[in-house]
Design a protein around this ligand. Structure first.
Ligand code: GLU
Length: 270
């Protein structure tokens, strides 16, 4: 989404304050805006009819409940890999739950709660392709990833600097590029790739190479300096693990074929 200029933003914020009659997003009433991905099955997906599904959706809904919001008070807003920091900086969302890896570079702009999940960068190729079995095989090949992601920067900086990298706005666009032959492979977290491979519409079309090219610790992004919210979210995440809801959400969203790891230790907050 586009972030309005400062003037327009003041109007938007003013309207939000009037509409909810409180600070907008943290009171017991009103709506809570949460940034999620809309096109990643199993992780964050807006299905036809406007129903949201995925592990990040379940985690976000649990956190919202712990913050005092009912599911109907949640407004899920679409984020892309490249605008997550901006949306937090401009108060467009209260927090981001969007396959968002904790990184030092991002920590300069936003704060993180968590981590709440560990993924690993992998490759998705066409089912009949046996030429790509390791990262180096990507050099001089066409590789698709998404702008603003750690997946794209890992490729450029270390994994396959000589690959010809096609950077698109979202992973579902890469899936189409891979299917159509505009890309030889796509790369991002195995959690995301597994979701595309498992979609009924993609049956028999793609396969994961099965590499573990990086460790991606998913965090909940919040506006920089909001320590109180980080601590509240961490408390919610710990409760979600302790009461079994985290395991249930992993099983429900990633299915039996995905080998997920136990919930990571929380390393953020006070
Ligand atoms: N987890 C990686 C990241 O935060 C890749 C997935 C994504 O782009 O959302 O960049």
């Amino acid at each position: 989404m586009r972030v309005p200029k400062a003037g327009a933003m003041a109007v938007v914020v003013g309207l939000a304050l009037t509409a909810t009659g409180c600070g907008g997003d943290e009171g017991p009433k009103g709506t809570l805006s949460i940034g999620i991905k809309f096109d990643q099955p199993g992780v964050g997906l807006r299905e036809t009819g406007g129903v949201f599904s995925g592990f990040d959706v379940d985690v976000a809904t649990y956190i919202a409940k712990e913050l005092g919001y009912k599911p109907e008070q949640i407004e899920f807003k679409k984020v892309d890999s490249s605008d997550r920091e901006l949306l937090l900086q401009y108060n467009e969302v209260k927090f981001v739950a969007a396959s968002y890896s904790i990184s030092d570079k991002r920590k300069e702009k936003v704060d993180f709660a968590g981590p709440y999940f560990t993924a690993h960068q992998d490759l998705l190729v066409r089912a009949d392709d046996n030429t790509i079995t390791k990262a180096e095989d990507l050099n001089n090949r066409k590789l698709c990833s998404v702008s603003g992601s750690t997946s794209a920067s890992n490729v450029k900086e270390k994994l396959a600097p000589k690959a010809s990298l096609l950077e698109l706005g979202g992973y579902s666009e890469c899936v189409i590029a891979l299917q159509d032959g505009q890309a030889d492979a796509m790369t991002t977290d195995n959690s995301i790739l597994a979701g595309y491979a498992a979609q009924k519409a993609n049956a028999g079309k793609f396969k994961l190479v099965g590499l573990s090219l990086s460790n991606e610790s998913y965090g909940i992004g919040v506006k920089k300096g909001n320590k109180e919210l980080v601590d509240k979210i961490n408390a919610a995440l710990k409760k979600m693990v302790a009461d079994g809801s985290w395991d249930a959400a992993v099983k429900k969203n990633f299915g039996p074929a995905y080998r997920s790891e136990p919930a990571p230790q929380i390393t953020t907050g006070s």
